[in-house]
Write a protein that binds this ligand. Sequence first.
Ligand code: RFL
Ligand code: PHB
Length: 399
Amino acid sequence: MDTALPLPRRTRVGIVGAGPAGLLLARLLHGHGVECVVLESRDRAYAERRQRAGILEQGAVDALRACGAGARLEREGIAHDGVELRFDGRSHRIDFPALTGGSRVWVYAQTEVVKDLIALQVAEGAPLLFEAEAVAVEGATTDRPVVRYRHAGRDLTLECDYVVGCDGFHGVTRRSVPDGVSRTFDRTYPYSWLGVLADAPPVYDELVYAHSPRGFALASMRSPAVSRLYLQVPNGEDPAAWSDDRIWDELDARLASAGSRKLERGPLTAKSVLPMRSHVTEPMSHGRVFLAGDAAHIVPPTGAKGLNLAFADVAVLARAFDHLARTGSAELLDAYSDTCLRRVWRAEHFSYFMTTTLHADPAQSPFDARLQLAQLHRLADSPHAAAEFAHNYTGHFPG
Ligand code: RFL
Ligand code: PHB
């Protein structure tokens, strides 16, 4: 938004945060003719650069198409019909369409999703203010909640009919819900991921999730020329302790299975360590303030659910605002938290299951390790277990 324009002082829906959740919500509301303003603390370049998720469920792809942000995704996104699980010296493919009646997932990086959504918002002149940091959300239980924010050295307010906190795990909106009203559920894990981007063509056609006595590894991709790779490392690990050669050697060692190919090596262009956590805040709304995406819940990335859950939340919210505009009824808004939490907890469970089944817990006993392998063999040998996995991974639940 051109900051020479007068800054918005009032709006129907104030959205805090221009990550995937806030941006998609803004586009969906725009499509329904519901006025909104997005406030983002970072600058545009930073928001577009953040390396994060890479897998979109069909529902997320449909939502992007519906709001006009599907063109590049259709050209550059890579459809995946399965994933490979490697463990105990064997390799097993989970075939999504065969097990779910046609579902698949798409490889398309979060950075690209964010770029596409920002470009649309800016092209249409819809209000999106960068370097506008919300410092407080007040009046949740009044008819006019207010977002206080700082922009260009000034303290400003945005008066709203509704506020949606899409400001991620460290945002401020969640703090507007009093302690006695909300309840939080948390779990931390005794390991982190070292994630790298490599200018090297992926050697596998699909994602490979590997369980090994040396720890977990994941081979993913961003394009036919760029690989995205992850290694389990101890919490607090310094990425500088990992030379490029050490990373490639460890990936090869963990991904090795009978007859598998070694990775093609290339320059590493990004290297970072990310901790794992599970978190849910209940309820996901208070008065006229709603929480969506990472502001309300976090999953460890092993199930590739974080971005997809964020999109699912705002799709529910956009429908509820549309329903309110067309019928005058707030029933869907009132049901927002309960509607979302069912999917959230299902994804929390799947992400926890994937994480604890595939990682080597430093405190685990040989018995625990055998249980992990029993679980993985069951996924490989039982069509029922494989179908359950495929439905969860693709986010496709019949009925
Ligand atoms: P985001 O993407 O965190 O966006 C929140 C936005 O709000 C802004 N913000 C504020 N704006 C104004 N005022 C304030 N006071 C503000 N405070 C914060 C932030 O600058 C940001 O632009 O949340 P959103 O939209 O809910 O989207 C969720 C997804 O980003 C997230 O679930 C996934 O990326 C999770 N995740 C991963 N998921 C995967 O499936 N695979 C991955 O490999 C993966 N890697 C990751 C991740 C999350 C990470 N975080 C949050 C630290 C790697 C990292 C590092
Ligand atoms: C990624 O490509 O970044 C990615 C893919 C699958 C995951 C996590 C991350 O489970």
